[in-house]
Design a protein around this ligand. Structure first.
Ligand code: SF4
Length: 104
């Protein structure tokens, strides 16, 4: 069971990858207001752009890792539960926000 004290807005666990096709839009994303400039289509599939190893919507200023389109973030991002095993693994792999949160 995830720890609800984790703040998804400053998490960043699901936002890092060097794979340009890491984050694909799903049918549930059809009604979301995602900026066109942050998307690309390949082989009939639409992806969110990643640059320099992370999603272009990830705001890393002020020592945070915040989603700048949080209210409209894609379904795949919503499915990544803060505090889950996968969350901890991703944060450890990405080195996001140091290791202190992983010791909870
Ligand atoms: S859309 Fe937001 S939550 Fe999803 S990968 Fe990009 S920055 Fe992270």
């Amino acid at each position: 069971m995830p720890d609800v004290s984790f703040d998804c807005v400053s998490c960043g666990a699901c936002c890092f990858s060097r794979n340009p096709r890491y984050l694909e839009l799903l049918p549930w994303d059809a009604g979301r207001s995602l900026p066109e400039t942050g998307l690309f289509t390949e082989d009939g599939r639409t992806f969110v752009r990643f640059d320099c190893g992370h999603c272009i919507h990830l705001d890393l200023s002020n020592g945070k890792a915040a989603c700048s389109i949080y209210e409209d973030r894609p379904e795949a991002c919503r499915a990544f539960r803060a505090g889950s095993f996968e969350w901890a693994k991703a944060r450890r792999a990405n080195g996001v926000m140091g290791a202190s949160l992983l010791n909870h």
